[in-house]
Design a protein around this ligand. Structure first.
Ligand code: ADP
Ligand code: MG
Length: 569
C-alpha cells in the first residue's frame, strides 16, 4: 500500500483543502436539524414569524452552502484521484517495459494487462471514494450521535443500535460477496480471452472447420461466468432490502420511543423531527462508510498487485569490466532454462567473425529461438559466456547491445500504420534508408505497385498482405537501421525459393559488414553460411559449413538430399 499511497503526495495540499471543505459541509448539514427543532419547539409556539423567516433563510443558506461545498470538494477529489491514477498507470507501464522477459513470463501478459486496467481502476475508486466520504461519513455519524446524545440519550442509543446493525450487515454481506465478484471477474476474463483467441485465430478455425467446438468452448466459459455472476448477485441480494428495512425500523423506533419520551415530558415534540433527520443522515452516512470500507479492501488488494510489479527488482544487471573477445559474436558453454527445471539450451559454443553468416537448423522446440534470445539478452544465460561485437554481452548497456541488432522473430507483428511507419518503426528513419531497406528485402517492387506506395495503411495484423509480403516488410524493418548483426528467425518460411535466394543475395551485397544469423529449415537458405549449427533438444549436435555437415551429419545430409535432390546441386 505504501508505494501506491505515495502517489498522493504531490496532491496532499489539494487533498487537505478538499477534506476541509468536506468538513465544513458536514458541519452545515449537522446544524440543519438543530435549527429545525429550534423553529418547531421554540419559535412556532411563540408565533414569532420574523424569527421563523430569519432561521429559515439561515437554513436555506446552510443547505446551499453544504451542496456547493460538497460539489466543489467532489470535483477536487475527482481531479486528484484521476491525475494520480494517470501517473500510477504511466509508471506501471514504464515498469512493465523495464521487466525482463523472464519476469514477463512469470507475471504473464494477461495479468499485467489486468493490473494496468482493472487494478488501477480499483485504486482510483478507492482514492476517489475515500476523499469524498472518508471524513464526511464518519463525521456525520459521530457528530450526529453526539448531538442527539445531548438532546436525548435514550433516543441516541436507539440510533446507535440500529446504525451498528446496519454497518455490520453491510460489512458482512459485502465482505462475503467480494470473493464471488473476484471469481466472476476471472470468469469474464476467460470469456474475453476466448473472444480474442477466436478473433486472431479466425482463419485457422474456419479452415479446420472447428467453429462448432469453438462455439462450445465459448458457451461453456460463458456459462461459468453466468454462474459466478449469479452467485455474487445472490449473495449481494440481501444488502439493499436489509438496509432499507433497518432504515424503516429505525424511523419507527425513533417515532415510538420519541412519542413515549415526549409523553413523559422528557423531550419536546420538535426534537422528534430533528431526530428523524439525524437518523436518516446517520443511516446514509453509515451506508457510505460501509461502502468505503469495501472500496478500500478492493483497492488495497489491487494496490498490492500493482506494487508487486512496481517493486519488481531489476533482474538484468550490467556487469562491470567484461571480457574482450577476439571474434565478433559467439557463445562458450552457454546453458539456459526458462523454468529452471530442464535446460532448454545446453553447453552451446560457437564463434563467428564480423561479416560472417551463421546458420541455425533444427526441429521445432530444439532451442533455435532461445539461442538468439540469449544473444540479445532477452533472457540471461544461467551459465557460460556470450559475446557480441567482441565484448561480453552482459557488460554492455542494454540499449547499446540491442541497437547492434536487427531482428525478425517468428511472432513479430505489423502495426496498423502506414508501410513507411512499419519499416521505420518509431525510429524516424530517413525515407531513403527505408527505401533502401525495402529494396534489399525484396519488397520495394510490391510497395511501388500499391496506389499509395509507402503511405499505404497496413490492416490490423497485416491482414491485407500475404504472408511473404509481411515477412519481407519485417525484414525491411530489421534492415532499416543498418544493424551490425541481422537475425532472421524463420523469416523465409513464407517466401518461395527464388525470392528467398534473391533476398539473401541482396542482403550479402547491400550489407557487406553485417554479421548474419539465419534460422531456417531450408538447407538452401543456409548453404552459403560460414558456419551452420544443427540443434537438437537444446544441444548443438553438429557444426560446420555446408560441405562438412553433408559429410559428417546424417540428419543434415538427409535434409539436404530431400530438399535439394542430392545436396550438391
Ligand atoms: P525453436 O525456436 O527451436 O522452435 P525455442 O527456442 O522457441 O525452439 O524453444 C525451446 C524450448 O524452450 C521449447 O521446449 C519450448 O517449449 C521452451 N520455451 C520457449 N519459450 C519459452 C518460455 N517463454 N517459457 C518457457 N518455456 C519456453
Ligand atoms: Mg523458434
Amino acid at each position: 500500500m505504501h508505494t501506491v499511497l505515495g502517489y498522493l503526495r504531490p496532491y496532499r495540499f489539494r487533498v487537505a483543502v478538499g477534506v476541509t471543505i468536506k468538513f465544513s459541509a458536514a458541519v452545515f448539514e449537522l446544524a440543519l436539524p438543530l435549527l429545525l427543532a429550534h423553529v418547531l419547539d421554540d419559535l412556532v409556539p411563540l408565533g414569532d414569524v420574523s424569527a421563523i423567516w430569519r432561521t429559515g433563510v439561515i437554513m436555506l443558506l446552510l443547505a446551499f452552502g453544504a451542496a456547493a461545498a460538497n460539489i466543489t470538494a467532489n470535483r477536487m477529489a475527482a481531479w486528484v484521484s484521476m491525475r494520480m491514477t494517470e501517473t500510477l498507470r504511466n509508471d506501471l507501464y514504464r515498469q512493465v517495459e523495464r521487466l525482463s522477459c523472464a519476469q514477463l513470463d512469470r507475471f504473464t501478459i494477461s495479468s499485467l494487462v489486468s493490473r494496468l486496467t482493472n487494478d488501477t481502476y480499483h485504486v482510483h475508486q478507492m482514492f476517489d471514494k475515500v476523499q469524498r466520504g472518508g471524513i464526511r461519513a464518519p463525521m456525520l455519524v459521530l457528530g450526529g450521535l453526539v448531538l442527539t446524545f445531548f438532546q436525548d440519550p435514550v433516543l441516541a442509543l436507539v440510533q446507535l443500535l440500529v446504525c451498528s446493525a446496519t454497518f455490520v450487515t453491510i460489512w458482512l454481506v459485502t465482505k462475503k460477496s467480494i470473493p464471488f465478484y473476484a471469481k466472476a471477474q476471472t470468469a469474464v476474463d476467460t470469456v474475453v480471452r476466448i473472444i480474442r483467441e477466436n478473433a486472431s485465430g479466425v482463419r485457422c478455425i474456419k479452415a479446420l472447420a472447428c467453429q462448432g467446438q469453438e462455439r462450445e468452448r465459448f458457451a461453456s466459459a460463458n456459462e461459468t461466468a453466468r454462474d459466478a455472476e449469479i452467485t455474487a448477485g445472490v449473495s449481494m441480494a440481501a444488502a439493499n432490502p436489509m438496509t432499507n428495512f433497518l432504515l424503516n425500523l429505525g424511523l419507527v423506533c425513533v417515532v415510538l420511543v420519541g412519542a413515549v419520551r415526549v409523553d413523559q415530558g422528557a423531550m419536546k415534540s420538535g426534537s422528534i423531527v430533528a431526530f428523524l433527520s439525524y437518523f436518516t443522515l446517520i443511516q446514509t452516512a453509515t451506508l457510505g462508510m460501509a461502502k468505503i470500507f469495501v472500496k478500500i479492501s478492493k483497492g488495497a488488494a489491487s494496490a498490492r498487485r500493482i506494487e508487486e510489479v512496481l517493486l519488481a527488482p531489476q533482474e538484468q544487471q550490467i556487469r562491470e569490466n567484461g571480457r574482450e573477445f577476439s571474434t565478433d559474436l559467439g557463445m562458450e558453454q552457454a546453458s539456459f532454462s526458462y523454468l529452471g527445471v530442464e535446460n532448454d539450451l545446453r553447453d552451446a559454443s560457437f564463434s563467428l567473425e564480423r561479416g560472417q553468416t551463421l546458420g541455425i537448423l533444427g526441429p521445432t522446440g530444439s532451442g533455435k529461438t532461445t539461442l538468439v534470445s540469449l544473444l540479445l539478452r532477452l533472457y540471461d544465460a544461467d551459465d557460460g559466456v556470450i559475446w557480441v561485437s567482441g565484448r561480453d554481452a552482459a557488460a554492455q548497456p542494454m540499449q547499446e547491445l540491442r541497437n547492434r541488432f536487427g531482428v525478425v522473430f517468428q511472432s513479430d507483428m505489423l502495426l496498423t500504420e502506414s508501410i513507411y511507419e512499419n519499416i521505420s518503426f518509431l525510429r524516424d528513419l530517413p525515407e531513403e534508408d527505408v527505401i533502401a531497406a525495402a529494396k534489399t528485402a525484396q519488397v520495394w517492387d510490391f510497395i511501388t505497385s500499391l496506389p499509395q506506395g509507402l503511405q499505404t495503411r497496413v490492416d490490423i495484423r497485416g491482414a491485407n498482405l500475404s504472408g511473404g509480403q509481411r515477412q519481407r516488410l519485417l525484414i525491411a524493418r530489421a534492415l532499416a537501421a543498418k544493424p551490425d548483426i541481422l537475425v532472421l528467425d524463420s523469416a523465409d518460411s513464407a517466401l518461395d525459393y527464388r525470392t528467398a535466394a534473391q533476398l539473401y543475395a541482396a542482403i550479402r551485397r547491400d550489407c557487406p559488414g553485417t554479421t548474419l544469423v539465419i534460422i531456417s529449415e531450408r538447407v538452401a537458405s543456409l548453404r552459403e553460411a560460414d558456419r551452420i549449427l544443427v540443434l537438437e533438444d537444446g544441444r548443438i549436435t553438429h557444426q560446420g559449413c555446408h560441405d562438412q555437415l553433408v559429410e559428417h551429419c546424417g540428419r543434415y545430409r538427409r535434409m539436404a538430399q530431400l530438399q535439394m535432390g542430392g545436396g550438391q546441386a
